[in-house]
Design a binder for this molecule. Sequence first.
Ligand code: GUN
Length: 299
Amino acid sequence: MAEDATSGRGDFDRTGGGAVLMDGNRLRDEIVARLAETIEAAGRPRVCLATVLVGEDRPSRIYVRNKQRKAAEAQMESRHVELPADAGQAGVEAAVAELADDPGVHGILVQLPLPDGLDADAVLNLLPPEKDVDGLTPRSMGNLVRGRSGHVPCTPLGVMRLLDRYGVETSGRRAVVIGRSTLVGLPQVLLLGRKGTDATVTLAHSRTADLAGLCRSADIVVAAAGMAGLVTADHVRPGAAVIDVGISRTAAGIVGDVDFESVQAVAGAVTPMPGGTGPMTIACLLENTLAAARMQGAL
Ligand code: GUN
């Protein structure tokens, strides 16, 4: 049998099938507690995350509210700007430019997707790199590509934190990332392959031939295609680590890209859904916000 993804390290919770459960809620709580301690120890300086929500998308509203809640637990302040779907490009840009200029705001998150008709790139381009805590602007992405310091996109960074926390070895291991989005897939490939992490990474997508066979050659599979139940036991080498980043709304509710029940019986480690990578996105957003405040001299 292939070597187990977590090499038997740690006293971790396991699924019924014996895989290590990579619990994102638990790790998020640990990170939020650590951030709060750091801010307390620094004498409680103001650290401020601004969120921008445009339109009435219900899931987006819930995501933003969760980010604000966890920011408060981390002893951070949050500022919230809400605009109607018909605010127009100029209206959204004016609101973001004001936050960009405000020295009391350290990090800015523009919740995506923006309503139809708005140009998200033009809005994101207004963010100064030090306040781009989502890591999604061309400058932040360019820094990541070039191996320079800067904010890293939160969801793929959260995946890296889970791999590290649950003892999944990356150096010299094979990883397959399914999905090539700017938000997740592309930065995930860079993070897994960069120096110091040193995985050998393959980027797979909807046109990949024999996806199951390719995934079975991997020690780590990150599923970020947005296709419900795409990854089954047939895609998993015994002992491999499987991380689910997909979110699809189906008649049966919100489901991930990974068929958890079949995969957990084969994998060495697996994320639950919900409770895996979602909470880690928030944890990493708050980590980036503290780093942003440091860059701007707040502590
Ligand atoms: N919508 C879904 N995920 C994200 C995210 O990580 N950042 C932003 N800004 N919007 C999102």
